[in-house]
Ligand binder design. Sequence first.
Ligand code: DC
Length: 228
Amino acid sequence: MAKKIIITIDGWSSCGKSTLARQLAKSLNYVYIDSGAMYRAITLYFLRNHTDWTDEKEVTEALSNIHLHFEYNNKSSQSEIYLNDENVEYVIRDLVIAEKVSEVAAIAAVRAFAVAQQQKMGAKKGIVMDGRDIGTTVFPGAELKIFMTADISVRVTRRYKEMYAKNPNISIEEVKNNLEMRDYIDSNREVSPLRKADDAIVIDNTNLTTDEQLKQALKLVHEAVPNL
Ligand code: DC
């Protein structure tokens, strides 16, 4: 049987991490896990249940009532996240969630909860996971670590197009402010801040098409594991 590896993709918000992760998983027949979806689903639960996330006890209590899992959807050809058995894959993409998720993801108990589950999902390898701390904290021993980056203006335009399709009232300033705020909180928090792992390889996709970025990444996969 072919050797299976763990591939981690970290980087700034809206750098195209999930697009590349999905492409790689499809090409290699691997599982793709969007770790950000877990932090978004937890944020959704906190907002719906009026959890005061500045209160440690409330956070612990709320986390004990949260069950997250991913299920592959044949129609969308992707794995989708479930919060206590409800498919929340689409609701969690709202700006309301994007505005709070970095605050929630900075809480140590929330991270411990999510990281433990992410590590279990990678136990059998054959996985591509994207996020902010996957190569540094979740899978520090991963065989291939990619760190993605792109110019802020390109990132804002990409995210704006995505969000505008769902909500034409959204402004480009709102999207830009949200990206900059999340990048700031994600890279300055105390627990597992976003940073490039020393052994991660940078892909800057500012001027790359999705096909070109996949080609580059597949080359890295074959360099990392020549007889894959
Ligand atoms: O990848 P995303 O934009 O859906 O992630 C949403 C937020 O979740 C992001 O702003 C920071 C947080 N996150 C994190 O702290 N660690 C991860 N591994 C993934 C996401």
